[in-house]
Structure formats: structure tokens, C-alpha cells
Design a protein. Structure first.
Length: 318
């Protein structure tokens, strides 16, 4: 297969290398240009001059080269989603360095790897705790937004139907337990640019939602963000410190939802998440993370509105 291909953007031929998106190729050739963002940095798609190709690892490009056909009258930033992908996942070796409770049924697990793993917010990885079957989990940040470059922070749900890994935490799995990491996995990762950003997470699905929301506030501080997150039990709404930070940075539309009414605080609304996801537009970008039924229901709503939707499936047992 050739390492390069060509496409036409705004009537001009552009050469694309494997591992670059068409948008990045258009930026490099001066067809479109970046915009000034936070701290004077340039974001993709708007400004006065061409931008060099982004020097970013492409290990997470997990599919063969594919160029999607843009819809008629599509804006230039839509080219970012006609992705050019190469093949290979990266493997890392690490150990468990922290286990801490976040809520009644949620634990925060920190795995420190020997070398940093390049991930986009919203990516997943396959984690194999020694002696247990592999699980797909979503790296995130601590609730206060902190993490180290060689740390992977996970939120795992414990309970009667939990995964054996979560059940073993603090017993068979202690600090120093070996872990093998392979990734990235999935396509629900954060993509700058576009319309309103709607972030929907259920239970530990909040983990990738928090990573995406935090990144978006720094990279696109003026982009409108809507957050809807919930749990079956109000006691499992462990994400309040993170939501407080989002409010302080200007995210005003944040909705907490719980199925059960027991001990439900006044600011927590009843019912399913989809009941509070209204007024979707065709320009919206939706990221949803949770169990299969939640992800499926949100995908249906997004499709009906013509909005782009990026699912992140969290197995029920996690």
C-alpha cells in the first residue's frame, strides 16, 4: 500500500500521508488555517496562516486507511472526521500504585506504567491484571483533575455483579500488583472543533466523560458544553468534585440523575439519562459512556436529530 494518497479540498489537490487526517494535510498545505486558542496556542481550522503538521503519536490509529466521503455543503472542520489510520497498538507494563474509594460502589485504581502511553481523552485500554482476564477500561483523571504522565487512573465499580478484578481489589490485588496495558482501544475519543459538545455518562462511564470535559475546557474554552451524568443509586454520584470544577470554568448546564429516590438530594433529578437529553441539534457532537442500554438509547436520540455520536461502551460489570 502506498504511504501517501491524494484528495481534493476546496478544489485544491492535497497529498495525505498515512497517519495524518485530511484536515491536518489541508492545514499543512495552507488550504485552511488554525485559530488562536488558550495561551496563544493554535487550534485546528481557523486563523490567518497555514499550520505545520501536528507532531503527535499515531499509535492509536487502529484501522486501515479509510477516507470517508464528506456530505454536501459540509464545513471544513468536518474533514477532521475523515480519518486516516495506521495499524498498531502499544503495550506497556505497570503496577498498581493506588486503590482508593470514590463512592459507595466505586473504586479509583491508579496503575503506574514504565513508559507513558499516548492516549486521547476518551480512549480505552485493555488492562490485564496478573492472574485475571483482560478488561477494557477508560483512563481518566483523578476527581481533582490531577495525574502524572506515566499514570493511568481507572474507575471500577464493585458489587455483587462486579468483574472479578474489581472484587479482588484490596484482597488479591494489592499495591505493587503487576498489570499489562494494551491500547488505545475505541473511537469515542475527543475531537476538537465542531458544534455544541454533549457529554453523557452513566456510573463509571463518567471516567472518560471527565477526561474529555477537562481537555475541552483547556483546548476550547469558549465551546458550549452540556454534561448529563447519573447512576442507579444517588450514593454512587461520586463525581461532584469534578462537576464543581466544570461549573467554576463556565459549564452551566450540568444535570445529575439517579434512578432510585432513596436519599436523593434536591439537585439530583429522577429518571433515565435520556429523559434529560433534549433539544439535540444536527450540529451537536455527543459522547456517551455507559452500559449497552444507555449507549444505545443515546445513539438513537442522536441519530434522530442528525447529531454525531461517539459511543464508549462500559461493560455492565465495570
Amino acid at each position: 500500500m502506498s504511504a501517501r494518497c491524494s484528495l481534493v479540498v476546496n478544489g485544491k489537490a492535497v497529498r495525505v500521508s498515512t497517519g495524518d487526517t485530511p484536515l491536518e494535510a489541508a492545514l499543512a498545505d495552507g488550504v485552511i488555517a488554525p485559530t488562536t486558542g488558550l495561551h496563544g496556542s493554535h487550534l485546528l481550522g481557523q486563523s490567518s496562516g497555514p499550520s505545520p503538521r501536528r507532531a503527535q503519536a499515531r499509535a492509536h490509529r487502529t484501522e486501515p486507511v479509510k477516507l470517508s466521503m464528506p456530505r454536501p455543503a459540509a464545513s471544513e472542520d468536518m474533514l477532521a472526521f475523515a480519518e486516516v489510520r495506521s495499524a498498531a497498538q502499544v503495550r506497556r507494563i505497570g503496577t498498581v500504585t493506588q486503590i482508593a474509594p470514590l463512592g459507595a460502589h466505586v473504586l479509583e485504581v491508579v496503575v503506574t506504567v514504565t513508559r507513558r502511553l499516548d492516549l486521547e481523552p476518551g480512549h480505552q485500554v485493555t488492562a490485564t491484571f496478573e492472574g485475571f482476564e483482560p478488561i477494557d477500561v477508560s483512563p481518566t483523571l483523578r476527581l481533582d483533575g490531577t495525574t502524572e504522565l506515566n499514570e493511568l487512573v481507572f474507575h471500577l465499580r464493585v458489587g455483587h455483579s462486579c468483574n472479578p478484578v474489581a472484587h479482588a481489589l484490596g484482597e488479591e490485588i494489592l499495591l505493587g500488583h503487576p498489570v499489562k496495558i494494551k491500547g488505545p482501544v475505541g473511537r469515542g475519543y475527543y475531537r476538537p472543533g465542531g458544534g455544541r459538545l454533549l457529554l453523557v455518562g452513566r456510573e463509571t462511564g463518567f471516567a472518560p466523560i471527565w477526561a474529555i470535559a477537562r481537555a475541552a475546557r483547556y483546548i476550547e474554552p469558549i465551546r458550549e458544553i452540556v454534561v448529563v451524568t447519573g447512576a442507579s443509586d444517588p450514593l454512587d454520584l461520586y463525581m461532584r468534585p469534578s462537576l464543581d470544577w466544570l461549573r467554576a470554568t463556565g459549564v452551566s448546564r450540568i444535570t445529575l440523575v439517579a434512578d432510585r429516590t432513596r436519599q436523593r438530594p434536591p439537585d439530583v433529578r429522577p429518571g433515565p439519562l435520556t429523559a434529560h437529553l433534549t433539544g439535540l441539534k444536527t450540529t451537536d457532537v455527543v459522547h456517551v459512556a455507559g452500559d449497552a442500554s444507555t449507549v444505545g438509547a443515546v445513539e438513537v436520540l442522536a441519530a434522530a436529530a442528525g447529531a454525531r455520536c461517539y459511543p464508549i461502551l462500559i461493560p455492565d460489570r465495570l
